[in-house]
Design a protein around this ligand. Structure first.
Ligand SMILES: [Fe+2]
Length: 263
């Protein structure tokens, strides 16, 4: 029963078209407009989030992929029209441990990911006709764990929206930081990007999320990162991949880059 997994009283995702569903969609759209994100606090019942983290502990310890790479904010080696020594090219380090969808078979998380009313709700908030789950046995759902010193460093997303579900918040560090309006589709603002990477941008904002929160974030032109985790409580987060077209899958090359394996 989906109501045992997610809080349908506060978030009536199962009642599409009802006044309360419409009101929730509208408030999420308003938040996306104003803040570039919305949060459904405690959508996944926090006890289930905690259970998922404890059930995944062995898999993380023994079979996760250490995803560690140096990259720039664009995840690209060269940018047309940008000098190689420009500060916007600064290299930063990202490190986490990743589990793929094929390592999460018995997880309620997978049921939540596949639940059609969630797809319909998310599509409505993003103002797209329909969203499909990814057709990829590894990439559709990933769970990332960041332990002491690990971080997701500054980047822009390739997709318009990113959907995540926080399973465990760290006690200190591991803050989500973002800088809205740093660039636009027509203005790359390389000098502004350089200032941000030097740590000189006063318009960086920070939020702390609690376990069970669904976050939808517009990260294509908003630079963002997760600061290094401090202390012994890992930041554990699930990433849900949806697309406007059915049948989207990673190439073997992408799978090697993100997971170190193709199947
Ligand atoms: Fe991102």
């Amino acid at each position: 029963m989906m109501k045992n997994l997610i809080d349908l009283e506060r978030f009536p995702l199962d009642k599409p078209g009802s006044p309360e569903w419409n009101a929730l969609v509208q408030s999420c759209r308003d938040d996306l407009d104003k803040h570039g994100m919305f949060n459904l606090d405690g959508l996944l019942r926090p006890a289930l989030a905690a259970q998922a983290v404890s059930e995944l502990q062995d898999e993380f310890a023994n079979h996760s992929f250490l995803h560690e790479r140096s990259h720039n904010i664009y995840f690209k080696n060269s940018i047309e029209g940008l000098a190689a020594d420009h500060p916007a090219h600064k290299q930063v380090m990202t490190s986490n441990r990743t589990l793929c969808a094929d390592q999460l078979p018995a997880q309620p998380l997978m049921d939540v990911y596949s639940w059609e009313p969630l797809h319909r709700f998310l599509a409505a908030t993003m103002d797209v006709a329909v969203l499909y789950p990814m057709d990829d046995p590894l990439a559709s759902v990933n769970v990332m764990s960041y332990s002491k010193g690990q971080a997701l460093n500054w980047h822009f997303d390739r997709s318009e929206f990113t959907t995540t579900l926080l399973l465990q918040a760290p006690k200190t560090g591991g803050e989500f930081e973002y800088r809205t309006g740093l660039r636009s589709d027509s203005d790359p603002n390389y000098d502004g990007v350089g200032e941000l990477l030097r740590g000189h941008d006063p318009r960086v904002e920070q939020i702390s999320l609690s376990a069970g929160t669904l976050n939808v974030f517009k990260g294509k032109n908003t630079a963002h990162r997760v600061t290094p985790v401090q202390g012994d409580t890992n930041r554990v987060i699930a990433v849900f991949c949806y697309y406007e077209n059915p049948g989207v899958a990673f190439t073997d090359e992408e799978r090697i880059g993100f997971y170190g394996r193709t199947g």
